[in-house]
Write a protein that binds this ligand. Structure first.
Ligand code: PMP
Length: 440
């Protein structure tokens, strides 16, 4: 019997043996095409020799040195590289071990910033109902996903949630995209007015919504208007690029496609590509400077922050993403995969929507295409697709929560950027097998 506390207590999981390129293998030798990079993590695929080599090299010089005593070459290099590549205005980097940690740091930094500049009344966060920002209590409170929050509701701080830009369900029949965008913006403005703009600390959003909706980009112009509202009211814009960042949508930072830069940005997953647990919070100089000139100490920290081996992995991953231009493959391969998905599922009676950007794509599964009626959750469609696809040799990431954060089924695809055309075809074939088996 395994003594590892698994994600699902009664799951009987195969033991992974090794990875190579776009595939993982279990101990029986069965190959699984990693169609979702786990959970949008493995952007380079598996066993990339440049990254494993960099990790080994760093381990042989120094594995750990506490950030209370030392900085390290890989941490400095990673921070320099990220700032060089980040949207203008982001120029300080706080290295942590994952996405939730990056988001916790973002929230606490925002709060401390307002204390340092003499605006202690600013503590309210506005986020979006259809969102996921991590599983630690602050990040969980910020996320809007109802079922994840429900058991822990008494432990969660109060956060306002407005609608996400989710055109498939949010845009009314006959409503133009611009009118829909106006409505979303009006909803946010009303919430800011209700709270009192002087009390609002931050607006938090994923540029392309991942786990909760399955790769949903905002409507045209939405984020530019959000940026303008935040500026007008002195509210910090925190973008969570933990899932959609690091090239996943075709640009290194997903917000580049929106033409906006946040005040604080969280990245993780693709930053380490799965080779090491690492995340980062990037922030504007004025935020850092306020703290440096004030108390001089960001009142936060984790033992493993700035870990040299994780940072070395991050540098090596960036070398592959940017130096070898794997990010350059994302848009063409994403377009190709999307076209294959449209050809295969575009008329499927139970595929309501095919969406996403770059190699971050989603399918929404519905009981009825015309009315967009979701499946009865008792059918557990997304879990069944995941199981059937896995049996067929495909890792994909189906989740529920498309409808009001509760019901609804989608399948998230986030394959490695090294995906070939043949592998894209294999992905679509195996996904079809999974979907047909689940709906049979
Ligand atoms: N934010 C987003 C947008 C995420 O998708 C995730 C992970 N799915 C997190 C935060 C939390 O990251 P982690 O699981 O590394 O703590």
């Amino acid at each position: 019997m395994s003594h590892v506390f698994p994600r699902h207590c009664h799951a009987s999981l195969p033991t992974v043996s090794h990875g190579a390129g776009a595939y993982l293998y279990d101990q029986s030798g069965k190959a699984y095409l990693d169609g979702s990079g786990g959970a949008a993590v493995s952007c380079l695929g598996h066993a990339d020799p440049a990254v494993t080599g960099a990790i080994k090299g760093q381990l042989e010089s120094v594995a750990f040195a506490h950030t209370g005593f030392f900085t390290s070459e890989p941490a400095e290099e990673l921070a320099d590289r990220l700032i060089e590549l980040a949207p203008q205005g982001l120029n300080r980097v706080y290295l942590v071990s994952g996405g939730s940690e990056a988001m916790e740091a973002a929230l606490k930094l925002a709060r401390q910033y307002f204390l340092e500049i003499g605006q202690p009344e600013r503590s309210r966060i506005i986020a979006r109902r259809q969102s996921y920002h991590g599983n630690t209590l602050g990040a969980l409170a910020t996320g809007g996903n109802a079922w994840r929050r429900a058991p822990f509701a008494p432990l969660l701080m109060e956060v306002s949630h407005v609608s996400a830009a989710y055109a498939y369900r949010g845009q009314a029949p006959g409503e133009s995209e611009a009118a829909y965008c106006d409505r979303l913006i009006a909803e946010l403005e009303a919430e800011i007015a209700r709270l009192g703009p002087e009390n609002v600390m931050a607006f938090v959003a994923e540029p392309v919504v991942g786990a909760t909706l399955g790769a949903v980009p905002a409507v045209e112009g939405y984020f530019r208007r959000i940026r303008e509202i935040c500026d007008r009211h002195g509210i910090l814009l925190i973008l969570d690029e933990v899932m959609c960042g690091m090239g996943r949508t075709g640009t290194l930072f997903a917000c580049e496609a929106e033409g906006v830069a946040p005040d604080i940005c969280a990245v993780a997953k693709g930053l380490g590509g799965g080779y090491q647990p690492i995340g980062a919070m990037l922030c504007a100089a004025r935020i850092y400077d306020a703290i440096a000139a004030g108390s001089g100490f960001f009142q936060h920290g984790h033992t493993y922050m700035g870990h040299p081996v994780a940072a070395a992995a991050g540098v090596a991953v960036l070398d592959r993403l940017v130096g070898d231009d794997l990010v350059g493959r994302v848009t063409p391969m994403g377009d190709l995969l999307r076209q294959m998905l449209v050809e295969r599922f575009g008329q499927h009676p139970h595929v309501g929507d095919i969406r996403g950007r770059g190699l971050f794509l989603g399918l929404e599964l519905v009981a009825d295409r015309e009315s967009k009626t979701p499946f009865d959750p008792a059918r557990k469609v997304n879990a069944t697709v995941k199981k059937a696809a896995f049996e067929a040799g495909l890792i994909c990431y189906p989740m529920g929560g498309c409808v009001d954060g509760k019901l609804g089924d989608h399948v998230l695809l986030a394959p490695p950027f090294i995906l070939t055309e043949d592998q894209a075809e294999e992905l679509v074939d195996k996904l079809e097998t999974g979907i047909e088996a689940a709906l049979a």
